[in-house]
Design a protein around this ligand. Sequence first.
Ligand code: G6Q
Length: 544
Amino acid sequence: MVDSIDPTQVPAWNELRTRAESMSTVRELLDTPRDFLRTHAAGLSFDFSRQRIDGATLDLLVALANELQVELLRDSMFAGDHINTTEDRAVLHTALRLPFQAELSVDGQDVVGDVHDTLNRMRVCAESVRNGDWRGADGRAITDVVNIGIGGSDLGPAMAYRALRPYRQPGLRCHFVSNVDPADIASVLGDLDPATTLFIVASKTFTTQETMANARYARTWLTGVLGEDAVARHFVAVSTNQPAVVEFGIEASNMFGFWDWVGGRYSMTSAIGLSTLIAIGPVNFRAMLDGFAAMDEHFRTAPPARNVPMLMGLIAVWNRNFLDIPTTAVLPYSNDLSRFPAYLQQLTMESNGKSVRRDGSTVNYATGGIVWGEPGTNGQHSFYQLLHQGTDDVAADIIVVANPGPGSDAAHAAQHEMLVANALAQAAVLSCGVTEIELRQAGTTEDLVTHKVMPGNRPTTVVMVPDLTPFALGALIAAYEHSVFVQGAIWQINSFDQWGVELGKKVATGILRDIEADNTEDPDLDPATRASLTEYLGLRSEKR
Ligand code: G6Q
C-alpha cells in the first residue's frame, strides 16, 4: 500500500507554483513548435498544444508524478491491491476488459475466468433476445428492453446506447429509467407493450431506493396485464446481491453478477453493460471492451511524457492547482455523444470530489474540479458566451469525430464537415482569442472594439476520434477513467469511494418515513428541513 504524502510539500509542487506565475499565454506558446504536446493512443489523437504549458512545465509535472508515486499506485491498481482503502477493496475495472487468454488472480480467485464466464452468460442472453428466441409470457419476441438503474448503473449504458446508435439492432429498442420521479418510468412504459418488454434491473447493491421503487412499479405494470408468472420471462437482474434479487422474484438463472472490486461509475464493462450488449451484439461489445483494453495497456506501459491518460491527468492538475481554473467544459462535437458530459460528470466528480487524503488528513489544496458540458454546436448558441468573454477561466475538452457514422451519404458527410469546422473554430478562439489590434485591422468601429475582444487563453484540448466505433468509444472512456486516476493519485485521495452519495441515500430514507407518518417533529432533522417538510405536507394533495 502506498502511504499518503502531502503533495504541496514535494519539490516539484513549489517549482510548478513559481512557473505558473510567469507562464506565457497560449497564443505566445503557439509561436514555437508544440509537437511534443500532440500524441496518439489506441487510434485516437490528443492535442494538448492549446494548453498553457511548455516543455519545462511538463517535465516538472512528470517529476511531480514521480515524487507522488503515481506509477506505483497505478501498478497496485492493475495488480488488484486493495487501493480503495476505506472500503478495503481492489479496484479492478481494467480486469473486465482483459482478453480470455490473460491471467490475473486476486485474493486467490481467477478473475479473468470469472469475468469471461459472466460475459458468456450475458452473450447467450443477448443473442436469444436479439434473434427472437427469448419469448415473453404470451410467446412473442422482445422488442423493447428497459434498463432500470441509477448513477453508475445507468449513465454508462445510457450514454453508450446513444453513442453507438449506428450499431444498434433495428427493431430492438432500449430505454433507460433512473429517476425516482414516477414521471420517468411512466413516460417510458406509456409507449410499451408488457408482452414484448424485458426489464433489466441493474443495481450492484439491489437496495437503492430509486431503482427498487422503479422495479416494483414495472413489476406491478407487467403483472397487472400478464400475471405473476410472467416475471420470470420479463425480468433479469444485474447485481452482486443474489438473495435480494431472488427475494424480488427474479430467478438466480436470470441474474448476472459482478464483484465488489467494480465501482458503480466504472461498471459499464461489467454485466451492467447487458443492455449495451443486447443493443449492439456480442461482436461490437467485444470491440468496445478491446478499445478499453487498448487504452488500459497504453496507460500501464507508455512512458509518462507520451502517456495520454497521464498527460490528461497532469494537465488537469496543472489547470486546477497552479492556474486556478476550477472547471472544465466537455464539448463533444457529436450528437451521438450527447450524454458523454453527464457520464464524465459522475466519473470525475464522484471520484475526485474529496477533501481528505487516503490517510484521512485534510487537504489544503484544490481537488476535483467541476465538469459539465453539452454537445457542440448547440452549446455555442448558449453558454459559450461566458467561455469566451466571462470573468472566469474555464478549460475545455473539444471532442471531434472525424467521420460521420456508417451509411451516411454525400449530403450527410458535407453537413458533418460544418460540424468539424465549428469545433476547430471554437478551439482556435478559446485558445487564441481576438485582440484589439486585430479588431481594428478588420475595421471594427471604435465604440465596439472592447466589446468584441476575446481574451482567449482558455486551455483547450482537442481529442480527435476517427470514427465513433465501439472500439473508439471504449478507448475514449478508458482515457478519461485513467486521467481521473492520475488526478486522484496526485491529490493523494481515494478516487474509489463515495461517502457523500451514501449519506444522501440514508437521510432520504429517514425523511420518507416522516412523510409517510405525517411527522413534522423529527428531532433528527434540522429546523430548515422540518419547515420544508411541514410546507410540503400542507401542500400535498389528498389524492394518494
Ligand atoms: C457509483 C456510485 C453510484 C451508484 C448508484 C447505484 O460509483 O456508487 O452512482 O452506482 O448509487 O447503486 P446501485 O448499483 O447499488 O443501485
